[in-house]
Design a protein around this ligand. Sequence first.
Ligand SMILES: NC(=O)c1ccc[n+]([C@@H]2O[C@H](COP(=O)([O-])OP(=O)(O)OC[C@H]3O[C@@H](n4cnc5c(N)ncnc54)[C@H](O)[C@@H]3O)[C@@H](O)[C@H]2O)c1
Length: 254
Amino acid sequence: MADELEGRVVLITGAGSGIGRSIAGKFAERGAYLLLADIKSDSGEAVANTLRGAGATAHFVQADVAVASDCERMVGEVRARFGRLDVAINNAGIGDGPVVEATDNYPLERWDRIIAVNLSGVFHCLRYELPLMLESGGGAIVNMASISGLVSFPGTPAYTAAKHGVIGLTKVICNEYAARGIRCNAIAPGIIDTPLTADTLAIPAWESQLRGTIPTGRIGLPDDVADVALWLCTSAARYINGHVLAVDGGILVR
Ligand SMILES: NC(=O)c1ccc[n+]([C@@H]2O[C@H](COP(=O)([O-])OP(=O)(O)OC[C@H]3O[C@@H](n4cnc5c(N)ncnc54)[C@H](O)[C@@H]3O)[C@@H](O)[C@H]2O)c1
């Protein structure tokens, strides 16, 4: 029996590293056609080349999701190459780094950039993905939020506000487009070992303190999140819409 993801057209932002790269690999293994986007050309191209070398159909497009016209061009590339869009993984994001700042001292430029990438970036992607997905008869969208979209950690006002916003957007898209065949869900990863958390996890005291908050007892891996992202885009998840799924080893239940 043919794989339901074979030949499906999948757009992944932030595909050059970490969770996005892992998601790209999972969809490639299932025979999907991939358009990989990232602000960094070298790493994004490298992922596309590696997947193509393994027999996948994968193309790279450079795009900064904070720039609406980049997202329009990115989706235009999907249309030009494949003529349709079945799955969108809005994953690109930046972290707050190991130095946290309470709100009364929070750098204004850091607020602007994190909101621009992590919140407006997801809106820009959706804004241009939705028309093509509607033309394609529907599809599945996964927005990469965070447990910071469900609870708050002090010292990260921009990241926390942006990720709460991503979850809000996810609910709006479900409300607006469910009847037209689009499912839109969010994933809330916990602490995942990627370049985004590398600086923090490199500080032994922080690593052990963070690990101590995880009931499962280990830091998450990109594949832990990627498997869930892929599953949300299959028919097994056909009745899940507007949902936020924590992939956090249990942090939130403590
Ligand atoms: N790693 C974690 O612990 C963790 C936890 C919760 C949520 N997340 C979220 O998961 C997503 C992926 O993070 P990751 O951990 O894989 O990080 P990562 O740094 O390994 O990968 C992020 C990718 O996004 C790209 N990117 C950054 N800004 C961009 C922009 N403006 N336009 C396009 N691409 C851009 C980067 O170049 C990079 O390739 C992010 O949205 C992040 O907030 C990560």
